[in-house]
Design a binder for this molecule. Structure first.
Ligand SMILES: NC(=O)c1ccc[n+]([C@@H]2O[C@H](COP(=O)([O-])OP(=O)(O)OC[C@H]3O[C@@H](n4cnc5c(N)ncnc54)[C@H](OP(=O)(O)O)[C@@H]3O)[C@@H](O)[C@H]2O)c1
Length: 249
């Protein structure tokens, strides 16, 4: 009997789950998805799932070897820079083919008022000049960068509750995408938001906030992505990743 090819998907994104579901339908493949374990109740992908860090690039390399992984797909969030670098290092070490599935960056359109910054600290520095009531959608980690902004109101949206330190005038909104334009419009109006802060996550699930901000003429502070590791082939969508796996097999 033919041994199924083992594909490891580094996940934690919608695309990673969709990819696992598509690939798991092929009996010639064994699919394992890996999650960091950050979210208390993650949406679990189809197929085998392992949860928790590997212990750096060496730990990941050992896992690839021990579990006889034939192909590795880094389908993590564009801001998960450490695991992407670890994947590049480990795959090179054990000679496992690696592909990055990374959603394209968002692109501004007419009517947008975007303020690109390089980090959460730079986002915080830009805020006082832009407004007083801030919609912070950068995730539950990193609120510390805004903690010194004691005069500003923050509506901080995240899947799980953020931990201190955070700005004193913070209201937490626990929610998980996908979001709708109507819903985002309502959030901005209800909380009288005058600035949106977001990472350049890309993808459709969280894009409606950008359209809602455009409609209301609000400035958007957008945090640029960390650099992706050099030399790793990249596809923008699940179909591209499926085609790559088929070529590997
Ligand atoms: N950063 C974001 O804005 C964001 C947004 C949505 C979803 N996510 C998802 O949340 C997870 C963590 O993101 P992060 O920004 O904290 O990552 P990160 O800073 O790049 O990674 C930090 C450490 O977490 C572990 N890790 C990260 N992703 C992992 C995975 N898929 N499987 C096993 N271990 C993983 C690794 O630990 P070891 O070194 O011990 O292996 C890594 O060194 C990722 O899977 C990402 O796709 C992140």
């Amino acid at each position: 009997m033919r041994v199924p090819k083992h594909v490891l998907i580094l996940g934690g994104t919608t695309e990673a789950r969709r990819l696992a579901a598509e690939l798991a339908a092929d009996p010639a493949l064994r699919i394992t998805s890996s999650l960091a374990g950050r979210v208390a109740e993650p949406r679990l992908p189809t197929g085998e799932v392992r949860i928790g860090g590997f212990g750096g690039p060496d730990g990941l390399a050992a896992w690839l070897r021990e579990q006889r992984v034939d192909a590795l797909i880094d389908a993590t969030h564009p801001f998960a820079g450490t695991i992407s670098r670890n994947a590049a290092t480990a795959a090179a070490e054990v000679h496992v083919p690696l592909l990055a599935l990374r959603r394209p960056s968002w692109v501004p359109v007419a009517g947008d008022s975007w303020h690109p910054v390089g980090s959460l600290d730079e986002a915080a520095a830009a805020l006082p000049a832009l407004g007083r009531r801030i919609f912070l959608t950068t995730g539950r980690q990193g609120l510390a960068a805004f903690a010194h902004l004691t005069d500003l109101f923050f509506l901080a949206r995240s899947v799980d509750a953020p931990e201190a330190p955070m700005p004193p005038r913070t209201e937490v909104l626990l929610d998980r995408g996908p979001f709708t334009l109507e819903g985002e419009r309502a959030v901005l109006r209800e909380h009288r938001i005058d600035v949106l802060v977001t990472k350049d996550s890309g993808g459709a699930a969280t894009a409606p906030k950008l359209a809602a901000a455009r409609e209301l003429g609000l400035p958007v502070v957008i945090v640029r992505r960390p650099p992706a590791p050099a030399g790793v082939p990249e596809v923008p969508d699940v179909a591209g990743a499926v085609a790559w796996v088929v070529r590997q097999a």
